[in-house]
Ligand binder design. Structure first.
Ligand code: EPZ
Length: 419
């Protein structure tokens, strides 16, 4: 295993290029199951979740070629094994996204129930209930989901709670179903729009993309496609916070500011100068200490839960008191005790963390527990005085492409060392 060693206190300066979106690449890779030919995906990030997805697809009979660092050729058109095995699914919950496409294309599927993770129990009940409404028969036993259908039939779906991957699963099931499917209270994350745009390029008929009501008219088949994945708004926002927390100034290229309003507004509120030019976002803190801000996470276009931990680290050294309320996951606070070990003054009250900003954090030996919690510990280490060692950085590698290289290029003193 590896750990990161950071000597903090250096303001970040410079520019980096953002990678393609993890949460867009994953559903689109699973959508390759729907096509009767190969797909070529460009701008894919080099992440362990992508490798896990490719391994899972390969275990079911798909082929792939890594055409370059960020271009994948994937042929999932002739799967010969309709089982998504526990050993692969347990490492990546998003594997549940094989369910919709496999039912749509092959009429059956056996998928290991994804376990919970550090941020919550992560149930999949809404996925299964909606698939049953599309004429799938679902049985859950021995830790597996057994699904089969004699033909998916379009229906009116209503999600009682907004759910990103369940919306994606139903979209991918409905594109080959007989008739029309309407998804009411659909998630509106930009990554879902990216999936829909790619599916439409493959021959699907999806309308209402990016809205609360998505309509899918089933078609006979989908063909292969060449598609470029959108940029990763959470990776971009994480680097902007890295500049803000160290009082520096950076530019992130290959960004789409249009899908980042809630985060950019909060960065202006903390006192950062934000400049937007075409596809790049610049943040300049001019050496100032951030001002404390209150945050409530919510579904898109509200403030993203995937940025909650990073802004908690920012508030920990900000001037003043603040509160951050997590409304999406029941346990997305594993970074709190680790930040407290670095000198943060944080108190958890139900699903709200109350922060009292301290002038500076002190480096410490800390443990990563999940992807975004790990990112918040890196940010805290960049700002802290002294040395921070972060264990179990494999959590980070799931969602941040070569993070220490990108941070080093911005002037951070950070090394990846073997345990
Ligand atoms: C997606 O997870 C993202 N993952 C998460 O990103 C992100 O945090 C989350 O959406 C919220 O934006 C991918 O896209 C691969 P949900 P997902 O279903 O789809 C409850 C990251 O860091 N729920 O929108 O699993 C659920 O427990 C990851 O990149 C049910 O109760 O999240 C949660 O409280 C972390 N039953 C809420 O809904 C269900 O069947 C929203 O979850 C499904 C979800």
């Amino acid at each position: 295993m590896y750990k990161l060693v950071i000597h903090g206190g250096k303001p970040l300066h410079g520019s980096i290029k953002s990678a393609g979106s993890k949460n867009s690449s994953l559903p689109i890779l699973f959508a390759s199951i729907l096509a009767d030919g190969p797909i070529t995906l460009n701008n894919t990030p080099q992440l362990s979740d992508i490798s896990t997805t490719l391994r899972l697809l390969m275990s079911m009979g798909a082929d792939f070629i890594l055409e370059s660092d960020s271009s994948l050729f994937v042929d999932s058109s002739k799967l010969d094994n309709l089982v998504a095995d526990y050993n692969l699914v347990k490492t990546m919950r998003a594997s549940i996204l094989v369910l919709g496409p496999m039912l749509a294309r092959y009429g059956k599927s056996k998928v290991s129930l994804p376990g919970g993770c550090a941020i919550g129990t992560r149930p999949v009940d809404l996925h299964l209930k909606a698939l049953e409404e599309l004429n799938a028969k679902i049985e859950v036993k021995n830790g597996y989901i057994y699904a089969q259908t004699d033909g998916l039939i379009g229906s009116d779906i209503y999600f009682e709670r907004v759910t990103v991957t369940a919306t994606e699963n139903i979209i991918m099931a409905a594109v080959l179903a007989k008739g029309i499917t309407t998804i009411n209270n659909a998630a509106q994350e930009p990554e879902i729009s990216d999936l829909c745009n790619c599916l439409n390029k493959m021959g699907a008929k999806i309308s209402g993309i990016g809205s609360l009501i998505i309509t899918i008219e089933g078609v006979e088949k989908l063909h292969g496609v060449q598609y470029s994945v959108c940029s990763d708004r959470i990776e971009i926002a994480t680097y902007l916070v890295a500049a803000a927390i160290t009082g520096g100034s950076i530019t992130v290229k290959n960004a789409n500011p249009q899908v980042m309003h809630s985060v950019l507004r909060k960065l202006v509120e903390i006192g950062a100068d934000i400049k937007i030019e075409n596809e790049s976002i610049s943040l300049d803190m001019k050496g100032r200490r951030p001002k404390a801000i209150n945050i409530k996470t919510g579904t898109y276009p509200n403030f993203p839960t995937d940025m909650q931990a990073q802004f908690t680290a920012l508030n920990a050294i900000a001037e003043g008191r603040s509160s951050i309320t997590e409304n999406i996951f029941e346990n997305r606070f594993m970074h709190i005790p680790e930040l407290i070990r670095m000198g943060a003054d944080l108190v958890l009250e139900g699903n709200t963390v109350v922060c009292k900003g301290v002038k500076s954090l002190t480096g410490a030996h800390v443990m990563a527990t999940d992807l975004r919690a790990s990112a918040s510990l890196v940010l805290a280490g960049l700002a802290a005085t002294g040395k921070t060692v972060i264990e179990r950085v494999y959590h980070l590698d799931r969602g941040y492409e070569t993070i220490e290289e990108k941070l080093k290029s911005l002037g951070a003193d950070i090394e990846r060392v073997q345990d």
